[in-house]
Each structure stands twice: as structure tokens, then as C-alpha cells.
Design a protein around this ligand. Structure first.
Ligand code: AMP
Ligand code: GLY
Length: 420
């Protein structure tokens, strides 16, 4: 079959790599893609947030299956347009994608299905929000309601910080995303990401991972999109995972179905785990980046089979074959990220790294120019390895990084520290 992947990050490169290995995949197209994806697929310029344009592209190119990588096209309703045109699509409808696009919506769903999460209140004006913060005290968490590229959350350790966050949000620091604010109880515990496939009725756990959100070693520095990840996440053992499925995920899926807006695709549940009890931090309606890279490294070709089953509503007849393995990925980012950084710096040494089923360099912000690989984004490469143990995967990934010659980049040296 002909398959189109929407997106251009490390997440989408790893999806492309896994899908490409499956014999069901005849032609693989990525839009817009990056230099790494161009080595294994056809890359096309396309406005991926424009459903009509994507649908027209699918008709012209006889695309049988579309995999939507990032949240923006989902929130824009691209999956709805494709399904309306009869194109098999992996990813939720606009209505179901509200789970990521609106934090207030997620809270409402949790209330309706009794899923454990932080206590909260919603505000559309600064003064009542500030009164609430003064009454609750710190630490406390202030969130812009809408999509803010992962930056709309302030975990305030002091009351003053929380009050300042309210001013920033209502002054428009996050644009329309901050027109409504959710204020939440601060939850303590260990964070882990749980990825679940659902066709709207059945759920199939796809894997667990732990991200490293801060830019620098020791979890210091500013928040980023994620500087590295590993899978599985030890905090999400079988007992906690089953609790998360029974108390949070299945009730959410059932609630959305009941409302006539069933969820189809991957559900990314960010969980806080304390004393064996998971509580929901947030939902995302897509794979995590870089968490996807470690999941794909472990799942390989079967990733396509389960995504297809999900889109076709056949998940109850599908299983995943888990190997008893571990994967770890280290993000190489441009110096300065997540702040201002230089674009167009040259990356050398990539050709010396032989890609195998145990080692892959997934590209994010890269472009090729006259045989050179140039850095074009903040997060640029994901050096991803698999091993019988986490230590083995880690040694393999860091060993490969030593072969990369990129003075314009930096990476964390401690990915996996919590589990090791
Ligand atoms: P979110 O975008 O909702 O995932 O928030 C970003 C990060 O803020 C999360 O990954 C957590 O580390 C932290 N966070 C969000 N909500 C809470 C909460 N209620 N309690 C503690 N930490 C939180
Ligand atoms: N790595 C965090 C995310 O994808 O949201």
C-alpha cells in the first residue's frame, strides 16, 4: 500500500523507519519530511494543516493510508477531511483532539468519568484566578488552556510566581491559548508517559517511556520539547499500567464514545505516579517526541500493523509482540535551544554510523545541501539505540554520538540516569 506520513520531526522519521520495514508498505511518502526521511522515503512540500490540500494530494498519489504525526493537523481537523474523502487515517478527529487542544476539556472529561487527576479550577479573568491562588497557596500549577507548543504550563513553587504567570497569560504571552487559564493542584511523584492505541472502543497498550524535559544535565535549565527518552519506564510497572488503563484510559475512551466523538489513534497519557497510584497530568493526541523514537526502535515493522488495525476498528483482533528489550534516545540540539540558535551549521560524521535494528540516527531539524547535512531546527538529531539492558542501549547511543562532529550542537550526557 501507499502510505503518507505527515510531519518533519524525529518522531516522524522513526515512524517512517518502522513502517518502511513492513512488507505491506509499497510506497512511502513524507510531507514535508527532512534530510533523514528523504533517505528512506519520497519527501513532498505540502501544507499539512490544510485538510483539503492533503486530501487532494492523497487522491493524486493514490495514498491508501495516512499517519498524522503532530497535533496541529489533528486540531485543525485534517483527519476529519481525510475520513470524509474515504482515506484511511491514523489519528483522531478534531472533536476528539480537544483532549490536547484544551486542558479545560480534558479536566471536564476526567470529572465526567471519575479519572484521578489534580484538583483544578478554570478562569477567564485575572482577579478571580489570583484570589484562588492566594487561597490555595504554593506550590501550584498555572496552565494556558489552549495549544502553546508545550510552553503554556508554569509549575510555580511560590505564590508570587503563580500570580506573575496569571498576569503573563492574560497579557497574551501565549496568545489565544491563554484566554482561559486552568489552575491545578501541584502533584508530587514520578512522571511517566503511557502510550495507548485505541480504535474508539478497544484499547491496546503500546508502550511506556520517560522523557527528559529540561535542557541540561541534572534536570537543570529551561523546559524543552524533550532532550532524550528511554523505554520501558520502570515507574509504569504492570500493576500501575493496569490501574491507569482501568481508572483513566478506558473511562476516557468510553466517555468520548458516549459523547458521539470516539477517539481513534494513539493516546499519550502523561501520568504522575505516587505510592503505586497513577494520576493524569495531561493527554496528548499523538506520539511523544522523542518518546516515539524509543517505541519505534522496540516495535519495528509491527507498528504499521497495529496502526492499521486501529484505523480500521480492528484493534480487538490485534496483539503486540513485546521483546524483553530496552531503547534509549539522546537528542542533539542546536546550541542555544530552546532559546535563539544559529541555523545552517554543518554536521559531519553521520555517514560513518551504520544504521542497524539496534542503532539509528533519526533526524529532526535537518536539510541536505550538496551532500552536506545542515542543522535547520532546534532539536536536530535523535541518536537512538536498543539493547538487552538499558545500560547497553545507553552505551550504544553515546558511543555513536562520539562519531558525530557538530560544534554547533549540544546534548545531555545523563539520559536514563533515573532508571540507572
Ligand atoms: P503538561 O503540558 O500539562 O504536560 O505540563 C508540562 C509539565 O508540567 C508536566 O510534564 C509536568 O512535569 C508539569 N506539571 C503539569 N501539571 C502538573 C501538576 N498538576 N502537578 C505537578 N506537575 C505538573
Ligand atoms: N516529549 C514530550 C512531548 O512530545 O509532548
Amino acid at each position: 500500500m501507499n502510505i503518507l506520513i505527515l510531519g518533519s520531526g524525529g518522531r516522524e522519521h522513526s515512524l517512517a523507519w518502522a513502517i518502511k520495514q513492513n512488507p505491506k508498505c509499497d510506497l512511502l511518502i513524507c510531507a514535508p519530511g527532512n534530510a533523514g526521511m528523504a533517505e528512506i522515503a519520497d519527501c513532498c512540500a505540502l501544507d499539512i494543516n490544510d485538510g483539503e490540500a492533503v486530501a487532494a494530494f492523497c487522491a493524486e498519489n493514490a495514498v491508501d493510508f495516512v499517519v498524522v504525526g503532530p497535533e496541529a493537523p489533528l486540531a485543525a481537523g485534517v483527519a476529519d477531511v481525510l475520513l470524509g474523502m474515504g482515506v484511511l487515517t491514523f489519528g483522531p478527529s478534531q472533536a476528539a483532539a480537544e483532549l490536547e487542544a484544551s486542558k479545560a476539556f480534558t479536566k471536564e472529561i476526567c470529572d465526567a468519568c471519575d479519572a484521578p487527576t489534580a484538583a483544578y479550577a478554570r478562569f477567564t479573568a485575572p482577579e478571580p484566578a489570583k484570589d484562588y491562588i492566594r487561597a490555595q497557596g504554593a506550590p501550584i500549577v498555572v496552565k494556558a488552556d489552549g495549544l502553546a507548543a508545550g510552553k503554556g504550563v508554569i509549575v510555580a513553587m511560590s505564590e508570587a510566581e503563580a500570580l506573575a504567570a496569571i498576569d503573563d497569560m492574560f497579557d497574551g504571552a501565549f496568545g489565544d491559548a491563554g484566554a482561559e487559564v486552568v489552575i491545578e493542584e501541584f502533584m508530587e511523584g514520578e512522571e511517566a508517559s503511557f502510550f495507548i492505541l485505541t480504535d474508539g472502543t478497544s484499547v491496546l497498550p503500546m508502550g511506556t517511556a520517560q522523557d527528559h524535559k529540561r535542557a541540561y544535565d541534572g534536570d537543570e535549565g529551561p523546559n524543552t520539547g524533550g532532550m532524550g527518552a528511554y523505554s520501558p519506564a520502570p515507574a509504569l510497572n504492570d500493576v500501575v499500567m493496569q490501574k491507569a488503563l482501568d481508572e483513566i484510559v478506558q473511562p476516557t475512551v468510553d466517555e468520548l464514545a458516549k459523547r458521539g466523538t470516539p477517539y481513534q489513534g494513539v493516546l499519550y497519557a502523561g501520568l504522575m505516579i505516587k505510592d503505586g497510584q497513577p494520576r493524569l497530568v495531561e493527554y496528548n493526541v499523538r506520539f511523544g517526541d522523542p518518546e516515539c523514537q524509543v517505541l519505534m526502535m522496540r516495535l519495528g515493522a509491527q507498528a504499521l500493523d497495529v496502526m492499521l488495525a486501529c484505523a480500521k476498528g480492528e484493534l480487538d483482533q490485534t496483539q503486540l509482540n513485546w521483546a524483553d528489550d530496552h531503547a534509549l534516545t539522546v537528542v542533539l540540539a542546536a546550541r542555544g535551544y530552546p532559546g535563539a540558535y544559529e541555523k545552517g551549521t554543518n554536521i559531519k560524521g553521520l555517514k560513518g554510523i551504520a544504521g542497524t535494528t539496534d542503532l539509528q540516527v533519526f533526524h529532526a531539524g535537518t536539510a541536505s545541501d550538496d551532500g552536506k547535512t545542515l542543522a535547520t531546527g532546534g532539536r536536530v538529531l535523535n541518536v537512538t539505540a536498543r539493547g538487552a539492558t538499558l545500560q547497553e542501549a545507553r552505551d550504544r547511543a553515546y558511543g555513536a554520538i562520539e562519531q558525530i562532529d557538530w560544534p554547533g550542537g549540544f546534548h545531555r550526557k545523563d539520559i536514563g540516569w533515573r532508571a540507572l
